[in-house]
Design a protein around this ligand. Sequence first.
Ligand SMILES: [Zn+2]
Length: 312
Amino acid sequence: MNRTIVLGTLMATGVVSLAVAGYQAPAPPSAAPSPKVVEVEKVRDNLYMLKGGGGNTAVFIGSKGVVVVDTKLPGWGQPILDKIHELTPKPVLTIINTHTHGDHVSGNVEFPATVDIVTQENTKANMEKMALPTGVPASALGPNVFQGSGGKGMPKRTFKDTLTIDKGPDQIDLFYFGRGHTNGDAFVVFPALHVMHAGDIFARKGPPLLDGNNGGSGVFIGDTLAKAASTIKGVDTVITGHSTLMTWADLEEYARFNKDFLAWVRAEKAAGKSVDAAAAEYALPASYAGYANNADRVKLNIGVIYEELEKK
Ligand SMILES: [Zn+2]
């Protein structure tokens, strides 16, 4: 391998591990601009999942207009709008952001200023700061598109625990159950369609990004997921933050995965193990075969949880 290939491999590896962690970094500025390809997956007759360019976007075509959940990395708002125009002539009325991260909110500024924008209240506060997510290097963070946007793209409406938007076949229920990936993770339910967008609190089957800088918590994430799984009824299909569609049983399993991880970390700490020693001992439980095993993320998460436990 020559030096260029090795460097390229290292960079690619870095991007992959960040993506696995639940935060998808934008391409480095030095990279040649690549076409922004939005891939469409039909979830229901009037609900689509748009992939590429950061977190998964949901496009819900209601009777009056379109509701968009999450808007990807900087520069991906217009490609989302272009794709929506291929799907429906109806206007976009509302954006819901599941949480503050730049790979889920940055496209907001490219939508018309008339579009309503709804988030959990802590997410609005986080979007006013756009703090660097825990464990994500500054070099991997895209630009803060809200600096200089004059308020465009920022939430106009917030909720604390629940909010219902519209009714009948257009109804959307928003829920907040506590800290997890951040301290503002919204679960977005389309009751008539039996579908939910979980955002990055369920980004994929693997260790979560616990973004302490934005209020995330490894002590609470399992409980928060379990509360969502036991409270929300009638959903059979889950849109994940960065992976494929999942089932409700997958969500329940992911809650257990996070609770089991916390119990294991607590035991390691009680046994006097350092973060490094615990990380070296970690093995993915056999019951979670098929989960991504991201050693760097596991070590970071052990550190985050140790710190949380020490604060108590
Ligand atoms: Zn995220």
